[in-house]
Design a protein around this ligand. Structure first.
Ligand SMILES: [Zn+2]
Length: 118
């Protein structure tokens, strides 16, 4: 299998989901790996910091942006959406595992939560 060569440089701007803003926002790349993969990016709007390992987001620190909506098991979440959890704090949806299960990154820990419950 041939890998797509996607290289980034420090200072590049990319648009991606920001869990602080709960929207797609431009981010400035702060650090990259030797292979040109993003390892840290900062949201231009809220200054939230996201870190990555091998292209996978591994932690997220909330900037000065507005607080995310509280976790609601009845809500249908999508990847990249933010929430605040009464126990775990601020989180970001990293994957929709099944129709009613999501993985959410709280700080540097991923937890599996349910969603889209009727
Ligand atoms: Zn933001």
């Amino acid at each position: 299998m041939k890998k797509k060569a996607e290289k980034y440089a420090v200072g590049d701007s990319i648009t991606m989901m920001c869990s602080g803003c709960d929207d797609e926002k431009p981010h400035t790349i702060e650090t990259v790996t030797k292979l040109g993969k993003i390892s840290k990016a900062i949201c231009d709007s809220c200054e939230g910091v996201s870190t990555f390992n091998r292209g996978v987001k591994t932690s997220v620190a909330v900037g000065k942006g507005k607080a995310a909506s509280p976790y609601d098991r009845n809500r249908k979440y999508r990847k990249g959406q933010a929430m605040t959890h009464s126990t775990f704090g601020h989180g970001e949806v990293t994957a929709v595992v099944e129709a009613q299960k999501i993985d959410v990154l709280f700080g540097d820990k991923t937890r599996r939560l349910i969603h889209a419950q009727d």
